[in-house]
Design a protein around this ligand. Structure first.
Ligand SMILES: [Zn+2]
Length: 97
């Protein structure tokens, strides 16, 4: 594993999303590479400090995963569609249902 791969996977390591072989490779790299180990410590500290509570913040919190971007995109699309329906029906949003 090289430094780029290691840095790319750090979010997943912090979130404990890594499985067996990848995690072991990463730990080996961190033992050999002071720069990445330092970076991981800093990221972990920031992660702890900035960890907000609640589902809303869990979904909006920055992370290595792209799922959240899709999730947020889906929410915005849903709201946009509701707004368009509202305009089409010439009714306020809350009267549709
Ligand atoms: Zn490294």
């Amino acid at each position: 594993m090289n430094c780029n791969e290691c840095r790319y996977l750090m979010f997943d390591l912090i979130d404990e999303k890594l499985s067996g072989p990848v995690k072991r490779e990463m730990e080996e790299h961190l033992e050999q590479c002071g720069a990445c180990a330092d970076r991981l410590v800093k990221m972990k500290n920031r992660h702890e400090e900035e960890k907000p509570t609640g589902l809303f913040w869990y979904l909006l919190a920055p992370s290595g995963g792209f799922k959240r971007f899709f999730f947020i995109g889906a929410i915005f699309t849903f709201i946009l569609v509701l707004a368009l329906i509202s305009v089409q029906l010439k009714k306020p949003l809350f009267q549709i249902f």
